[in-house]
Design a protein around this ligand. Structure first.
Ligand code: 5AD
Ligand code: FES
Length: 368
């Protein structure tokens, strides 16, 4: 593949925010070859060119600020049995926990004093937490800290539940679609779950008025390049305000224990492509990216990411929220994680922003 062809495709992607299927194939396969094994992202190379365009697209909307979100993993109890996930119901080895409302609120208070103005409450699909309880927790957080945004990430619910959480003050909702392709989705999930319902949830959430996050694991078992292209097309259709992308990493006590993990290279290429397709999206450099490579999150920022979610969960439960093996930041105090994250952001040439960091719609001028 000549360098010229790839650069033309990158320019086209930036301009038209889309490519034909065959062009996506050429681009992604060409970039995979081009990616230096030592990851020196030289501006002269195609990946360097792609990443600098991605950073340019990000900077045009948000500047080179990286938003911090305080992540509170408040329950690892889950009724589902996703084949990839370490906290699946069928994993009898997982040590289960759930935080009380008071514990959640004290994590938020601690985060607030560290400067956070966005809190992400994430958990398994734990039926112990009724809609009323979730609404009560969210409205207490908002009453105490009206200047903060609250994000929920608690899985698939009925539309009425999503409406209730929104009314209680929830601003954002994260629900990765995992795979837009029915067959591939079915290979990752038990038969009770369907991509049709997942998509319905995402469109309901958008319709209600949430800032919505979709996303996938890169390199999940059986994923093909065509699946990834289908995911890109689905995200163009949904127009989420956030996209969560990280490599798949095997967990030893799941049916996918022997599957190969996704690569840092593929995850970075995908991050940059998404930044060019959806320039105004909020795009985290995920914990999984930092787990697959010690500098994964820094590389993520170089590829156009602009969000990092340090862990604010209490120390005694961190090791239990293990979606995959080797997860980083399980031994650190919240304050340590924050300091470490800030250093990493600065080392990647970006600036820290502890504000709410809401989605900004790209103006017509900026899109030119
Ligand atoms: N490897 C990487 N990411 C995972 N997730 C769940 N299990 C794994 C794994 N083994 C991701 C899913 C989920 C998000 C919360 O974490 O995409 O949506
Ligand atoms: Fe948690 Fe580095 S971000 S220790």
């Amino acid at each position: 593949m000549s360098d010229k062809t790839l650069k033309i495709l990158i320019d086209k992607l930036q301009k038209e925010k889309d490519l034909l299927d065959a062009e996506f194939h050429t681009l992604i396969e060409g970039l995979r070859v081009d990616m230096d094994k030592d990851l020196s992202i030289k501006p002269t190379r195609n990946v360097g060119y792609l990443f600098s365009k991605a950073r340019g697209a990000r900077d045009a909307v948000y500047g080179n600020f990286v938003y911090l979100r305080g992540l509170i993993e408040f329950t690892n109890i889950c009724k589902n049995n996703c084949l990839y996930c370490g906290i699946r119901a069928g994993n009898e080895k997982a040590e289960r926990y759930r935080l009380s409302k008071d514990e959640i609120l004290s994590c938020v208070d601690n985060g607030y004093s560290l400067g956070f103005r966005t809190f992400v409450l994430q958990g398994g699909e734990d039926m112990f937490f009724s809609d009323d309880m979730i609404c009560d927790i969210v409205s207490d957080i908002k009453r105490k800290h009206p200047d903060c945004a609250v994000t929920l990430s608690i899985g698939e619910k009925e539309r009425e539940s999503y409406e209730a959480y929104f009314k209680a003050g929830t601003d954002r909702y994260l629900l990765r679609h995992e795979s837009a392709n029915e067959k591939h989705y079915g290979m990752l999930h038990p038969k009770e779950m369907s991509i049709e319902h997942r998509k319905k949830c995402l469109f309901d959430l958008k319709d209600i008025g949430y800032q919505v996050g979709a996303g996938i694991m890169v390199g999940s078992p059986y994923q093909t390049l065509d699946n990834i292209i289908e995911d890109l097309r689905f995200m163009k259709e949904l127009k989420p305000q956030m996209v969560g992308i990280g490599p798949f990493i095997a967990h030893k006590d799941t049916p996918f224990c022997d599957k190969e993990s996704g690569t840092l290279e593929d995850a970075l290429i995908l991050l940059a492509i998404i930044r060019l397709m959806l320039p105004d999206v909020l795009l985290p450099a995920t914990t999984a990216l930092g787990t697959i490579h010690p500098l994964g999150r820094e590389y993520g920022l170089l590829a156009g990411a602009n969000v990092i979610m340090p862990n604010l969960s209490p120390g005694n439960v961190r090791k239990k929220y293990l979606l995959y093996d080797g997860k980083i930041c399980t031994g650190d105090e919240a304050a340590e994680c924050v300091e470490c994250t800030k250093r990493r952001i600065e080392s990647a040439g970006c600036k820290v922003d502890m504000g709410r960091g809401d989605f900004k719609r790209l103006t017509f001028q900026e899109s030119l």
